[in-house]
Write a protein that binds this ligand. Structure first.
Ligand code: PMP
Length: 407
């Protein structure tokens, strides 16, 4: 199979523009991915011709919009290989999905002294909701530290698991180091201990096929905007038997069965019990289109193409003087580095002058920055539209920064 993505790249209009008189080199897809024409056009078509509020509508447009939205629920079910369509909850994104699990599952299944294990490489979205629960109901957040090469040691987890551990919540792929965690093995260990699992798939779903049944996780969450879809839409997969028991978290329209001012209000079944208010229908439909885009390319090609790109990025970056790459070199999608003792902000600002967009700072992973004793890192992240020319521009830019500021 030829590893050529030129047709794919042309489908992304954002990439065709110039920034600072150079064709944009976009290496910030871990923050948000660019959108192919078909996602933009599908969303546009919805607003032009099909816009209506979903559920309970008797008129044609509303019924049609409801059907389209529920079709995407089926599509996401197939995409994640969930067992039931009722296991797919639409959220605003990964952050919202984790907060949902913390507030609903957390309130249901945890109490004073119970423990949630998270890792030291989590995004703040998978730290702070558990800290809030620590404050509100007295659970304890236990941290699984990372090894110096940015990997997780399973023996350390064995020592941390106890009869108090109610949940293990960890990222599938680190948004800083690009480490792909062995989530299947980790979930097995948790299961033996009777501990439920939440996998943060924000950085994984665009790079590899996720099969929630094969993984055996209880919750799996991701954001649409990191898989070529719109912002403001995400997914929380939850095992049906858990969702059916979990109480609602946010209250409002659509999540109820009967509302009464004198009797007790009753609630809708899952997943709708967790989707209070008017949903982001355009977002759902755009997400469906994004998933079709990814499925049509196929994960076989995506993985082969992207691992080849990552290998050449690592190889070429290791020729840049004084450049340090963080974490093990077994990475997916994301690569973090620093150039000498330069502040990442300076490196990123210089690269921007050459039209190269990377991310700099703490990447919403302050504990990990502390672990590596740095104020921040530079991060280049790759998607299916990137190519070796992008890597060349990044490295040449870094060499110019080095010549200007360090030589
Ligand atoms: N977890 C990880 C691993 C992430 O990379 C991100 C986004 N950077 C999030 C959670 C939060 O995603 P969102 O902002 O889309 O809710």
């Amino acid at each position: 199979m030829s590893l050529d993505n030129s047709d794919i790249r042309l489908q992304f209009p954002t990439l065709l523009q110039e920034v600072n008189h150079r064709t944009l080199v976009y290496l910030d897809s871990a923050a948000t991915s660019q959108k192919p024409n078909r996602v933009i056009e599908r969303t546009d078509a919805f607003y032009r011709n099909q816009n209506a509020a979903v559920h309970r509508g008797v008129h044609h447009l509303s019924a049609k919009a409801t059907e389209m939205m529920e079709d995407v629920r089926d599509q996401v079910k197939t995409f994640l290989n969930a067992a039931n369509r009722e296991e797919i909850v639409f959220t605003h994104g990964t952050t919202h999905a984790i907060n949902l699990v913390a507030n609903s599952f957390g309130q249901m299944a945890m109490g004073l002294g119970d423990e949630v294990i998270i890792t030291e490489m989590e995004h703040h979205a998978n730290i702070v909701p558990w800290q809030l629960l620590e404050k509100s109901i007295g659970i304890k957040v236990v941290v699984w530290r990372v090894e110096s090469d940015g990997t997780l040691n399973l023996d350390t987890l064995r020592d941390l698991l106890s009869d108090k551990t109610k949940l293990l919540a960890l990222t599938h792929i680190s948004n800083v180091l690009g480490t792909v965690n062995p989530v299947k093995e980790i979930i097995e260990l948790a299961q033996i201990n009777g501990t439920k699992t939440l996998i943060d798939g924000a950085q994984a779903v665009m790079h590899q096929r996720v099969d929630v049944q094969a993984l055996g996780c209880d919750f799996y969450v991701f954001s649409g905007h990191k898989i070529y879809g719109p912002t403001g839409i995400g997914v929380m997969y939850g095992r049906k038997e858990l969702l059916d028991m979990m109480p609602p978290w946010e209250g409002g329209g659509a999540m109820i069965e009967e509302v009464s001012l004198t009797e007790e209000t009753t609630f809708n079944s899952a997943p709708w019990r967790f989707e209070a208010g008017s949903p982001n229908v355009a977002g759902v439909i755009g997400l469906g289109e994004a998933i079709s885009f990814v499925e049509e390319i196929g994960f076989d090609f995506i993985q082969r193409y992207e691992s080849n790109l990552m290998a050449s990025a690592i190889q070429r970056l290791s020729q840049v003087p004084d450049l340090q790459i963080y974490g093990s070199l077994n990475k997916s999608g994301v690569l973090a580095f620093n150039l000498g003792d330069l502040h990442p902000y300076d490196v990123g600002s210089f690269l921007d002058r050459y039209g190269v967009a990377i991310r700099t700072g703490h990447h919403c992973a302050m504990p990990l920055m502390k672990r590596y004793r740095v104020p921040g890192m530079c991060r280049a992240s790759f998607a299916i539209y990137n190519n070796k020319e992008d890597i060349k521009s990044l490295c040449e830019g870094l060499e110019r920064v080095h010549a200007l500021l360090l030589s």
